[in-house]
Design a protein. Structure first.
Lengths: 326, 381
């Protein structure tokens, strides 16, 4: 059976397993990824089946993990490294931004860096500090990196396959609050392009653009709005670098209104880039300014406050109403 | 060439004790096989036996490297290069270690390893593109197993360690060498590289050129123990070698590489040397160090020392030295001519190779920029 209902976590696990089976150059590296199977069990069972030589428990040093992964990629390997939590990536930020992103260009294309960096990200899990952040914009600003985030199990499986096959460094942001959401995965399917957006709900009055954990929130918002007679289209961006602006443009030319939703802070977030470019592309189609819903310009709050900090159904619908009021 | 590589193994068996052994003077032990006066001396742990031809070869390497380096400094002064990081004074550390590597070994340099590049067969003119500003390196690292220069201090120690972990996975008997300096020894990436290399027993040699100065900061601003002693805390051997003694550097590096390739893991070499010139052409060392210090090190010059040995032992004649002078002049002229003829890159080059598999935004911006450029062409027509 190639079609199975899997959680997002299990779909990533299955995808890593497939990659380890089909390409001897694929390696898994990270803190606790081996015997424990990762703190979220995403790599569960992989070390048992593929050995410590290919599923590598590393010292607790994120710069070391990414820096040595670069060296292994130079040797011809395809490392898939795990950063245990979003807020732990910054010790590796220098290696990612200064080395990983630029090395292909510095060598005028003569070397390739097929490194995948998995980062469980986002909030709403009641965690302590540094375990709930959404740092994707801090990487999207850097040329040389590609950034994706799946919202469902099928994408989790196939986007991981494609990320590993990519000859460019890919940061794969995993929506940790959705790890246990279950949906169908067809492991025999022919996937679409990695960096193409997908319309996950058709509508005519307004477009919601989201990715990762916020896609489900936006689908719920669209369902709620439908009960009030408002027809919202939901576009799952899937890729944050590059962004499929053509897909957003097509949708906005139809609906004439756009709200962008992400957990990351609004200020300098991906919504700002989308708003600027869609305003330029769709200036004569827009009936309202592009609105953004996201985190505030404050440190990610203690978990008892995160429901207020994160965009939820009501805040999305509030922005929908504001956009429709123009 | 024969090198006794048992020394490093011995020091490993002794749990690194040898690394902290001190001479009666209280100074840290320094492996030396050739005195500043050019006299061959023996060392209990490291020995080397080179033919006259091999000795002349090392001398030639150092002379040509110094000449190339000096020419590059001159080209910077003439405005042909934006910057140059001179290796003046570090020729023995670089030629000795570079000549210790095998073709299948892999080298991860900083931005000052012009002598190592020479040993690896990288054409000197290839090093100059980044200093002229026409590229950021651009040579094919896999052609000579010589990675691109790394400017951010210490980052390459991790790349070398990861590469070495890959070598071990492949079951190959190659070794990897990571170059860095006394300043880089303070970087977290170097500490993490030591940790990873030790934990995975990676076949990597950490080659620290302690040239006494990190721009204006003396080594005392980086450490309160001799740098080679850091290895002990990570569980692999460290040794300090006279970095101005090409024979000692060759012997010690060869032993460390052989040790790595036979599965005995990493080793730290501290080549004790001196940066005779400025940090780069933008630096002014008169603001932070005294001429007397430089004069002390001039007496230990790596090239004069080997020349004294060649002359003392009658291993090279006047014709050899004269021929080398001619060869140096020819190299300098070739470097000069090549740099002056080095074209600026095409305007569109900045978009190239940002990604291996392409990126929609790069495509869009490239097209916009091309159209913008073309608009000027139309105006002038």
């Amino acid at each position: 059976m190639s079609v199975e209902k899997l959680t997002i976590a299990k779909a990533i696990n299955a995808s890593l397993r497939t990659a380890l089976e089909t390409d001897p150059k694929v390696l898994i590296m990270g803190e606790d990824v081996g015997k424990l199977g990762g703190v979220f069990r995403v790599t569960d069972g992989l070390q048992k089946d593929f050995g410590e030589d290919r599923v590598i428990d590393t010292p607790l040093a994120e710069s070391g993990i990414v820096g040595t992964a670069i060296g292994m990629a130079l040797r011809g390997y395809r490392p898939v490294v795990e950063i245990q939590f979003d807020g732990f990536v910054f010790p590796a930020y220098d290696q990612i931004v200064t080395q990983l992103a630029k090395m292909h260009a510095r060598a005028l294309g003569k070397i390739k860096l097929p490194v995948v960096i998995r980062i469980p990200y986002g909030g709403a899990i009641g965690a302590v500090e540094h375990h709930s952040e959404s740092p994707e914009s801090l990487f999207a600003h850097v040329a040389g990196l590609k950034i994706v985030s799946p919202s469902n199990s099928a994408d989790a499986y196939w986007m991981m396959q494609q990320a590993i096959q990519s000859d460019d460094p890919v940061i794969y942001f995993e929506p940790k609050r959705r790890y246990h959401d279950r949906s169908e995965v067809d492991t025999a399917a022919i996937p679409g392009p990695l960096h193409a957006a997908r319309t996950v709900r058709e509508g005519t009055d307004l477009t919601l653009v989201a990715y990762g954990p916020m896609v489900k929130t936006c689908l719920e918002a669209a369902a709620a709005a439908a009960e009030e007679g408002k027809s919202l289209e939901v576009v799952d961006l899937r890729s944050i670098s590059p962004i499929d602006f053509d897909a957003i443009q097509r949708s906005v030319e139809k609906t004439r209104r756009l709200v962008v939703v992400h957990e990351a802070p609004v200020f300098f977030g991906s919504g700002a880039e989308i708003a600027a470019r869609i305003t330029e592309r769709c200036f004569y189609h827009l009936e309202a300014p592009v609105l953004r819903v996201g985190g505030y310009h404050a440190p990610y709050p203690p978990s008892r406050l995160e429901d207020e900090y994160l965009p939820g159904l009501d805040r999305v619908l509030d922005s929908v109403d504001r956009a429709l009021a123009y | 060439m024969t090198v006794d590589s048992t020394a490093a193994r011995k020091s490993r068996r002794s749990g690194g004790k040898r690394a902290v052994a001190k001479k009666a003077t209280g100074e840290p032990e320094l492996v030396q096989l050739l005195t500043p006066e050019g006299e061959r001396v023996e060392h209990p742990d490291y020995s080397i036996d080179l033919s006259p031809e091999e000795l002349r070869g090392l001398y030639r390497d150092m002379v040509l490297t110094r000449r190339f380096d000096g020419e590059a400094t001159t080209l910077q002064r003439q405005g042909e290069l934006g910057l140059w990081a001179s290796l003046l004074g570090q020729e023995a550390a670089q030629i000795g270690s570079g000549r210790a590597t095998r073709d299948d070994d892999y080298v991860f340099p900083t931005y000052r390893e012009h002598g190592v590049a020479w040993c690896r067969g990288v054409d000197p003119t290839n090093l100059l593109g980044m200093f002229r500003g026409v590229n950021h390196g651009g040579w094919d690292p896999n052609e000579n197993n010589f990675h691109l220069y790394t400017i951010v201090i210490g980052s390459q120690a991790l790349h070398a360690t990861g590469y070495a972990m890959g070598v071990a996975k492949d079951g190959a008997d190659s070794a990897v060498i990571a170059y860095f300096g006394d300043g880089a020894s303070s970087q977290g990436d170097v500490a993490e590289a030591f940790t990873f290399a030790a934990v995975y027993n990676a076949p990597v040699v950490f080659f620290c050129q302690n040239n006494q100065w990190a721009i204006s900061e003396p080594t005392e601003k980086q450490t309160r123990v001799p740098l080679y002693q850091r290895a002990q805390g990570y569980g692999f051997p460290g040794v300090r070698v006279d970095g101005n003694d090409v024979l000692a550097v060759l012997a010690v590096t060869k032993a460390a590489l052989d040790r790595a390739r036979t599965g005995e893991g990493p080793m730290l070499i501290e080549a004790f040397t001196y940066r005779m010139g400025a940090h780069t052409t933008s630096d002014d060392p008169t603001r932070y160090r005294r001429d007397e210090e430089r004069e002390l090190w001039e007496a230990k010059d790596p090239i004069l020392r080997l020349r004294a040995h060649l002359e003392r032992e009658g291993l090279a004649d006047e014709a050899f030295f004269a021929g080398l002078e001619t060869e140096s002049d020819a190299l300098a002229k070739r470097v000069r001519d090549t740099v002056r003829a080095m074209p600026d890159p095409d305007h569109m080059a900045m978009f190239e190779h940002t990604y291996a598999d392409g990126h929609a935004l790069v495509d869009e911006e490239r097209a916009q920029f091309a159209a913008y450029q073309a608009s000027f062409a139309e105006e002038t027509n």
